[in-house]
Design a protein around this ligand. Structure first.
Ligand code: FAD
Length: 382
């Protein structure tokens, strides 16, 4: 036995990547604390997450309990044309859940003393083999490892790899959530129990059911989660990113921030592109919101005792349904790699090197796949 003192990780970011990391590391015998810039409970931006095996594996390893069932099953994938005819149908069962269900389950699994809201990471410095993390509040924390799970605009990545920045892919995802009972019956009958798509020249839509706000999967209490990918020039995107209070948003428009005029335009445009079912979804949505699609890939994830993971390290396009799965795989593999370090001769540094090699490759595969799927779908030539 090498040590009786548990090693400690400071995790920056209290969204899915950070919570997955803290839960899996604690299951591996580490101390792990989460520091999140937002002082409030985070609110779901969009709802829908395809529940991939990587997420379930990581949560099982960390003994995080999920509601039963943890999501809504779909059986067939259907592809509709603009007249709502089913042009393709294939049996491809999968489960969809919500961002907030996963968030709550993971947050509840951590002791309150491990969660530090309202703490913004600003910098770090090394002190021998220890890393000292500094926060805007003046607080500093000493640990064996610093983990940046601080998302697409990661401060830690900006500090370590300032040249790596998100690049706009030329299109955005308009998204919306509709209470199950608020969608007209004729559209609901087309969509229920299915993962539905409508694809055309340079645009694409998809829809599936997710649990309700209270995690309910009972018929009538769930929500329709839809996405409409559309191309915009960088100039038009910049206009759309000005929110309804006139504030220029750097990255996305969360629910409740899209200008009324832009929502009206979206509704006006819907009949030019979408068939009756997808149109009904847009019409039934009070507050559509928007997320530009970007590409981002870091060439490294380990920098001595500082580590990047989840969206901070690389962002696969959403067609892969893989951002959360990648964050889960990063976190789970990190915990497995580090589990033996404090009671054996495996060093933290050698465990991190092996982990980085595997996870960089996974990130590359997923980002490549996302670019290829997205460009083909949106008919973008590069
Ligand atoms: C509020 C919120 C809601 C979301 N809702 C959905 C959804 O409904 N569907 C979906 O598919 N995806 C959603 N996502 C994105 C999804 O979580 C990620 O794409 C994926 O799960 C990888 O997560 P991540 O933790 O690596 O990055 P992110 O989810 O982007 O989380 C990064 C976290 O780091 C925090 N942070 C950033 N900078 C600092 C700093 N300097 N100091 C401390 N903390 C910092 C951010 O506030 C954020 O909570 C959401 C993300 C957020 C933040």
């Amino acid at each position: 036995m090498k040590s009786l003192v548990k090693p400690r990780a400071v995790v920056i970011g209290g969204s899915l990547g950070g919570l997955l990391t803290a839960n899996t590391l604690r299951a591996a015998g580490w101390e792990a604390d989460v520091f999140e810039t937002s002082s409030k409970q985070l609110e779901s931006r969009g709802g829908g997450v395809v529940l991939q095996p990587d997420v379930l594996d990581a949560l099982a390893y960390a003994n995080v309990e999920l509601p039963d069932p943890p999501g809504v099953m779909s059986g067939d994938r259907i592809y509709l044309d603009r007249d709502d005819r089913v042009v393709e149908q294939l049996y491809m069962p999968q489960m969809q859940t919500s961002w907030s269900l996963l968030y709550r389950a993971m947050k509840n699994a951590l002791p309150a003393s491990a969660l530090h809201a309202g703490e913004t990471f600003v910098d770090f410095q090394m002190d021998g083999e220890q890393i000292i993390t500094q926060f805007e509040s003046g607080r500093s924390e000493r640990a064996d490892l610093l983990i940046g799970a601080d998302g697409i605009r990661s401060t830690l990545r900006q500090r370590l790899l300032p040249e790596v920045v998100p690049v706009y892919a030329g299109y955005v995802a308009w998204r919306g959530l509709v209470e199950e009972s608020d969608l007209p019956r004729v559209a609901a009958d087309v969509l229920r129990n299915r993962f539905a798509f409508q694809q055309g020249d340079g645009y694409s839509g998809l829809c599936y059911l997710i649990p309700g706000e209270n995690d309910s999967t009972v018929f009538g209490e769930r929500r329709w989660n839809w996405v409409w990918y559309r191309k915009y020039t960088a100039e038009r995107l910049a206009e759309l990113l000005v929110d309804r209070n006139g504030v220029k948003r750097a990255f996305s428009l969360p629910p409740g921030s899209t200008k009324r005029a832009d929502i009206a335009h979206l509704r006006e445009d819907a009949p030019k592109w979408l068939g009756p079912t997808f149109r009904a979804l847009v019409d039934a949505t009070d507050d559509p919101f928007m997320q530009p699609i970007v590409d981002l890939r870091s060439s490294k994830m380990v920098f001595g005792r500082a580590v990047l993971l989840g969206d901070a390290a690389s962002v696969p396009r959403p067609h892969t349904a893989g951002s959360t799965a990648k964050a889960a795989a990063n976190a789970h593999a990190l915990a497995l790699a580090l589990s033996s370090t404090w009671q054996s001769d495996v060093t933290i540094d050698s465990a991190l090197t092996r982990w980085e090699n595997q996870q960089l490759q996974r990130g590359r595969l997923m980002t490549d796949m996302g670019i290829s799927l997205g460009d083909r779908l949106m008919q973008i030539a590069r």
